[in-house]
Design a protein around this ligand. Structure first.
Ligand code: NAI
Length: 737
């Protein structure tokens, strides 16, 4: 790597008649830059004048460089910049260095002492930089240095005015770095120490000599070079030693447990140790990062008043601390209310598209089969568990949420989720495992409807990195284990390309962890970019299996398990391999672009309809049952119908608007079959017919005309409805389709 050159660049160094500024000007001049040597030429308190700038210009020229002197005050910033334009036609670099001192103990600091310091340091830097900034923007290049001081960083007796102005410059620089970013304008701040007239009576003589200004200048040159990408930084430099500063923020503590509560000064006092504890600190580099960390904390605050005691948390009440304190903790049921909009939003979040078969069933509340995707069962449970209730009910253990990973998920659908209503979910920490590298909380939840009947069960396995080795068990009977897929070629493989905006959509279903959307937050978590929600991948896999093996019939989807192995980056393509073994569909999900497995050990249990074929029997009390029985008898007498029709008909028989029975007329497979329930082959029916039981009776006895029934809405049919005419051969003569 060659010498760092500044040929063709124009640099303004303010206050360059002596001290540090002179050293910068000389070094820039020797590296090919054209230098504006600005200096008012006053004494160290700003009084008087001298031709100091001319002397420095001479030195630069003598060494073969190009320079011009400027005697304006930095308070006339535009004149300083104009000198650069008049002489060299451009400005690439501004070093705000000019400065004076008016040291006084605070009580004796006059208005003039205060104002003068601010005018030269803070306002002067503002005015010179503001005059140069539009030029830099236009040329899409600029490098700016602000000069702060350790007196500002740490404070210094007698320098209240100076300290304030110096750290004001840091704030200015931080914002300029943000505003300049897209124009390739970088702004950094330095806190130098140099043996100059400002420090001659402060620094001991031997140190004064060692801390020559030319030993600081190389930092300034590097920060201003076009190859340097640093911006918004703060650096200390002295005697050839350089170091970057950063903010460190303690993990901190919320002094309230619920968003509905206020905070008392006593709560702040009582939490002081935690508020000031740097053990688990972070280093936010931007406002966004800083607030994102706060945002996740707020999300964890319960939306309900704090629960002060939890009688069921037996271990906690016994004084157990650490992860084991969570074992046995129960969370009282709380409610989750939803309607079709939430179901549709969730369906969109897991990639249901109008291009899919039966898409409207999940996307359109007016669809006759409008249904909740089975994996929506995670949402009511998630809202209850992670609304803050869990963590606040465990006394003796507070996991670091930044280190919490979703390890595994299991859902069991006891009955299809209603398309709207209120569900009530309660939970219990079934066990706590010690995996060495972390703790695993096994959380069982039960979701019930208003009548108290069970709708779904969930098991969440939460892995807390770093909290292991607490002497707990490694395994537990309570854990529902993942099961690896069979070792053979998959029966079905399906791909789904995720969308870059998938997390932005999925998060609206409740999981608003910024990790999935905010790049700076993802960076804090150690990810190069935001990652897709694990449960979004889970939902996508579930939806694909529902389509491939259940014909999108949500009643057939019984349970689903997955282990979250690796994160998925939005935009990557998921490959879902599926194997059917009996009533279990094993699946494995990997990322096409990397080959990495993201969901492993997964399976979906499906319910096959127990069907009778030739020997039709039905326990149904519906009047329609007899007609299906009759159809089965006719089919047995004319198996050629199967060849002629080659279609599956699904009949939904309603009683007072609610589904009361289902019959499948399979005129496609084998010698045909008619049975109660949905298609047992998992295939999508060619035609779906929905009708009231009593209208079915009227239709079959010839009292109701099929066409009229269709037009009046009594008979609803979807799919290839022309095929219905082919049913004629199965029907009693008086009825007509
Ligand atoms: P210096 O006094 O040798 O240089 C400052 C120069 O600024 C002088 O030549 C002065 O004539 C000029 N100046 C003052 N008011 C001006 C105005 N209104 N317009 C144009 N020029 C003006 O001091 P030194 O030590 O080289 O300081 C340079 C910068 O570094 C200052 O901002 C100072 O506060 C800062 N600094 C210096 C430290 C040190 O150890 N020397 C420590 C921390 C910060």
């Amino acid at each position: 790597m060659g010498e760092l050159r500044f040929d063709g660049r124009v640099v303004i160094v303010t206050g360059a008649g002596g001290g540090l500024g002179r050293a910068y000007a000389l070094l820039f001049g020797s590296r090919g830059a054209k230098v504006v040597v600005n200096d008012l030429g006053g004494d160290r308190s700003g009084k008087g004048s001298s031709p100091a700038a001319d002397k420095v210009v001479e030195e630069i020229k003598k060494a073969g460089g190009v320079a011009v002197a400027n005697y304006d005050s930095v308070e006339d910033g535009d004149k300083v910049v104009q000198t650069a334009l008049d002489n060299f036609g451009r400005v690439d670099i501004v070093i705000n260095n000019a400065g004076i001192l008016r040291d006084r103990s605070f009580a004796r600091t006059s208005d003039t002492d205060w104002d003068l310091i601010h005018r030269v340091h803070l306002r002067g830097s503002f005015l010179v930089t503001r005059a140069a900034f539009p030029i830099m923007k236009k040329q899409n290049f600029g490098r700016i240095i602000m000069t702060a001081s350790t007196s500002g960083i740490y404070g210094n007796f007698g320098q209240s005015n100076y300290s304030a102005a110096k750290l004001g410059l840091l704030g200015l620089s931080n914002t300029l770095a943000i505003e300049g970013q897209k124009y390739n304008i970088h702004c950094n701040t330095i806190a130098p120490t140099g043996g100059t007239r400002l420090t001659e009576d402060i620094l001991p003589q031997d140190l004064f000599e060692q801390l020559r200004p030319d030993l600081v200048a190389p930092l300034v040159l590097w920060l201003c070079h076009e190859d340097c990408s640093e911006t918004g930084g703060l650096f200390e430099g002295a005697g050839g030693w350089f170091a970057k500063y950063r903010w460190e923020r303690a993990k901190g503590k919320f002094c309230r447990t619920s968003v509905n509560e206020g905070v008392t000064p006593e709560a702040v006092r009582d939490n002081w140790d935690a508020i000031t504890d740097f053990t688990d600190s972070d280093h936010p580099t931007s406002n966004r990062e800083a607030t994102a960390i706060l945002a996740i904390g707020l999300q964890e605050l319960s939306s309900e008043p704090a629960v002060t005691s939890n009688p069921t948390a037996a271990s906690a009440s016994l004084g157990v601390t650490g992860p084991l304190a969570a074992r046995g903790v129960t969370i009282q049921p709380s409610s989750f209310m939803y309607g079709p909009d939430q179901l549709i939003l969730y369906a969109l979040g897991v990639g249901v598209s109008r291009q899919d078969e039966d898409a409207l069933k999940f996307l359109y509340e007016n669809d006759e089969d409008f249904s909740a995707l089975p994996t929506f069962a995670v949402i009511p449970s998630q809202s209850v568990l992670f609304g803050g209730k869990l963590w606040h009910q465990i006394s003796g253990y507070t996991p670091n949420l930044a280190k919490l990973l979703h390890g595994e998920m299991y859902i069991e659908i006891v009955k299809p989720l209603p398309t709207s209503g209120t569900l009530h979910t309660g939970a219990k920490v079934a066990d706590v495992l010690d995996k060495g590298s972390g703790a695993v909380l096994i959380l069982d939840s039960e979701t019930k409807d208003d009548s108290g009947s069970l709708v779904a069960k969930n098991q969440w396995s939460l892995f807390i990195v770093g909290d292991g080795n607490f002497g707990g068990p490694r395994t537990s009977n309570a854990a529902i284990p993942p099961i690896d897929a069979p070792n053979r070629t998959p029966d079905v493989t399906e791909e789904y390309k995720t969308n870059i905006d998938q997390p932005a959509l999925y998060r609206l279903s409740g999981d608003k962890n910024p990790l999935h959307l905010d790049p700076s937050f993802a960076a804090v978590g150690g990810f190069s970019e935001p990652i897709l929600h694990g449960l979004c991948t889970y939902g996508i896999a579930g939806r694909i299996i529902l389509q491939k093996f259940c014909g999108n019939d949500v009643q057939k989807f019984k349970a689903m398990k997955a282990r979250f192995a690796k994160p998925v980056i939005p935009g990557q393509t998921l490959v879902v391999d599926m194997w059917k073994e009996g009533t279990r569909v094993f699946y494995m999900c990997s990322v096409k672009e990397t080959g990495q497995k993201c969901l492993t050990g997964g399976y979906v249990d499906i319910v096959e309809t127990s069907a009778t074929n030739e020997s039709f029997s039905s326990a149904s009390t519906l009047g329609s049952a007899t007609f299906f029985q009759e159809m089965a008898r006719r089919l047995a007498g004319d198996p050629s119908l199967v060849k002629k029709v080659n279609a599956i008909f699904l009949w939904n028989i309603n009683s007072k608007g609610t589904l009361a029975g289902q019959w499948t007329v399979d005129l496609k497979n084998g010698s045909g079959s008619i049975y109660e329930g949905g298609p047992k082959t998992g295939e999508k029916p060619s035609v779906k017919i929905t009708i009231e039981d009593e209208d079915m009776l009227a239709l079959m006895s010839g009292k109701l005309n099929a066409q009229k029934a269709f037009l009046s809405g009594k008979l609803k049919a979807s799919g290839n409805i022309m095929l219905m005419q082919k049913l004629q051969g199965l029907l009693v003569p008086q009825s007509k389709m």
